[in-house]
Design a protein around this ligand. Structure first.
Ligand SMILES: [Zn+2]
Length: 225
């Protein structure tokens, strides 16, 4: 599960799905499927559950945002050249001791090697609309890896902002099916890892993440590759 991850910046744990929101969405979507179904769900099977997934994202955002803090001055300084001012001002960073799987993930099924089809426990961060939840014990604030993780999650916040929550969730799920549930290949993840890598290599070369998102997802349309 790692060909699109940039070597070096991500721990082995972080190579597991970082944007757990997707895993969680997929797990939620699994609720719409018969328990006996153990093959990968199709888009048609997943589509009816999209509104429920959107509600879950909104609920998580509401739950975590009150405990969130604004970006620090140091974080703002590093991220300012890449993100809209309004997004940076609205972003809140909340922390959690760990990411736990919802109980129904077990019911969804396992891969041939026995691992859960959707397992969020290895994630270090997750993005909910305008709020980022980070497992702080996995990534120390102030480190290069920390700012890289924030950058990645803020790309997702930009995607939410540009596509709308419903558009983000719908497009993410459509892409997830298209790539056969290969997380790093999901269009929204691939872009976040790609831009995170660009930032890592050239932290002083400004570019607009918002423009990148608009180019990759014109008019909020579903990704085509
Ligand atoms: Zn991500």
């Amino acid at each position: 599960m790692g060909i699109l991850f940039e070597a070096g910046i991500l721990s082995r744990e972080m190579r597991r799905p970082i944007l757990i929101v997707l895993g969680a969405l997929a797990a939620l979507l699994a609720l719409a499927l018969p328990r006996s179904l153990r093959s990968e769900p199709t888009l048609e099977e997943l589509r009816p559950a999209i509104p429920r997934a959107v509600s879950w994202v909104e609920g998580q955002r509401k739950l975590h945002r009150p405990q969130g803090r604004p970006l620090s001055k140091t974080e703002r300084r590093a991220l300012d050249p890449f993100f809209p001012k309004g997004l940076l001002e609205q972003t809140r960073i909340a922390t959690a001791p760990r990411i736990t799987n919802p109980p129904f993930v077990e019911d969804f099924g396992r891969r041939a090697d026995g691992s859960l089809l959707y397992d969020m426990r290895g994630a270090s961060g997750i993005a909910f609309i305008d709020t980022v939840v980070v497992v702080e014990s996995r990534t120390q604030p102030g480190t290069r890896r920390w700012i890289g993780l924030l950058f990645h999650e803020l790309v997702h916040l930009t995607q939410y902002r540009t596509l709308g929550t419903e558009g983000f969730v719908r497009g993410y799920i459509e892409s997830m099916v298209q790539v056969g549930f290969d997380y790093p290949a999901i269009a929204h993840e691939a872009q976040a890892y790609s831009l995170q890598g660009r930032f890592r290599h050239h932290p002083d070369e400004a570019f607009s993440v918002e423009e990148e998102v608009r180019e990759r997802f014109p008019s909020g349309a579903s990704p085509t590759s």
